[in-house]
Design a binder for this molecule. Structure first.
Ligand code: GP9
Length: 423
């Protein structure tokens, strides 16, 4: 038994870089809008298809002088898909593998971004244009710290694609609610239209897709994400018109992959399109963009990180610390000590760090695992990967233990005597 009753012994990685931190507090007291974009992969960013820009509006946001773009950022979800992306990003905890994290631990106490901002006087609302009970969101959100959930029942759902309200209508109809929140506000907005299998009526098809890619998942995805990008561009223009843009930090990231390498002919098409083997590394790579109005930044940060790092990174931008809870992530602006520990799309204990991708063998025998350099994609000896493999397993285990025992509640109350079983 290892005693971690003193919360300073817990892996509060996000709070580790003390002192003069880069970009610390540049978003202080500003409103915050976080856009979690359905199935937004990183390969479409700053990229073209047959000469056509796929995501011109997100690219424009990235090129803005006040933006930071993270191009080595990865998904970290489990069974709860989109809702796990939310959970991990808001809380900097690993998702459970037993069920969706909201479903299993919706009743737990948390202290993530919505709560921290509320403690600073913000109003925290969440927006998503689907059924409130899906993924147990309606039950889980209050404990996540959201005071109100603007959902399908609050929108006029006239135009639908796939799951429901189209992104353009979702954004347009959200503006009055955002205005109703008062300032400072934190709006967490989860888009919907670019959901697999990415089928949209012809009238929404804007890109010219080659015959060989028509009716493939790849071709449909490009159309779909191009549409969502357009709706994001319109939303930003609307924020400008409403006078909200100049005092609002906008953070945008993808929730998870769109094109699984083993589905349909994705691997073949993507390998041809990218010019190199389409691997898990590319599949799980999502973009993160943070725009802080008025700042002169325009930087691309290539530190390897994941949704686990979103909360500590945002706290640095907003000039805040997590005084009460626990975070497993790091601030990607002030630290490079990343660990993207996998347990779902790759066997448990697989990971990315700043140098390599380690893939644990499916049979559980370490010697059968493989490892390669993230940049060159050349093999690395697996002996070099063992230390972090153990650390990855340990972090996942502690995070699970925290969830299973609702420990954030105890930690907040400082009632202490928390112990974690050492394997
Ligand atoms: C619906 C949407 C589902 O609410 O979030 O997305 P999924 O989890 O299936 O990617």
């Amino acid at each position: 038994i290892e005693d971690i009753s003193n919360k300073d012994d817990l892996p509060l990685r996000g709070n580790s870089s003390k002192g003069n931190k880069k970009y610390h507090g540049i978003g202080k007291d500003k409103n915050l809008i976080v856009l979690q974009v359905e199935a937004l992969q990183n390969f479409v960013i700053n990229n073209k298809y047959e000469g056509q820009e796929i995501t011109p509006n997100i690219n424009k946001l990235i090129k803005d002088k006040s933006s930071i773009y993270f191009d080595n950022y990865y998904q970290l979800i489990g069974r709860g898909n989109t809702s796990d992306a939310e959970f991990v990003s808001q809380n900097s905890l690993y998702p459970t593998m037993k069920d969706g994290s909201y479903a299993l631990y919706g009743d737990n106490t948390f202290y993530g971004l919505p709560w921290i901002l509320r403690d600073e006087g913000y109003t925290s609302w969440v927006f998503h244009g689907y059924k409130p009970e899906f993924w147990n969101r309606d039950k889980a959100y209050p404990n996540q710290g959201f005071e109100r959930f603007i959902n399908q029942e609050d929108f006029d759902v006239k135009n639908t694609i796939g799951f429901g309200i189209i992104d353009e209508d979702f954004f347009e109809q959200s503006i009055p609610y955002i205005k109703e929140m008062g300032e400072p506000f934190y709006s967490f907005m989860i888009t919907l239209t670019s959901h697999t299998p990415f089928n949209m009526p012809e009238e929404y098809h804007v890109l010219d897709i080659k015959e060989e890619h028509k009716d493939t998942m790849f071709g449909n995805y490009l159309q779909s994400i191009h549409y969502t990008d357009k709706s994001i561009g319109e939303f930003i223009e609307e924020l400008k018109k409403e006078g909200l843009y100049e005092n609002t930090v906008i953070a945008l990231y993808g929730d998870h992959f769109a094109l699984h390498s083993t589905h349909e002919n994705n691997e073949e098409i993507m390998t041809e399109y990218l010019g190199y083997d389409y691997d898990h590394q590319d599949m799980m790579n999502i973009p993160l963009v943070i725009h802080v109005p008025g700042e002169d930044i325009n930087e691309t940060i290539s530190t390897v990180g994941s949704q686990l790092d979103f909360l500590p990174t945002m706290l640095n931008i907003m000039g805040l610390e997590n005084e009460k809870g626990i975070m497993f992530g790091i601030d990607l602006i002030n630290s490079t000590d990343s660990l993207v520990a996998q347990q779902y799309y790759l066997p448990k204990g697989s990971y990315f760090d700043s140098e390599k991708q380690f893939v644990m063998a499916k049979d559980g025998i370490y010697d059968h695992s493989r490892c390669h350099d993230l940049k060159t994609r050349k093999p690395i000896k697996i002996e070099k990967a063992k230390g972090k493999y153990k650390k990855a397993l340990r972090e996942i285990e502690i995070s699970n233990y925290i969830l299973e025992n609702d420990l954030i509640k105890q930690i907040i109350n400082d009632s202490g005597n928390i112990k974690v079983k050492e394997k």
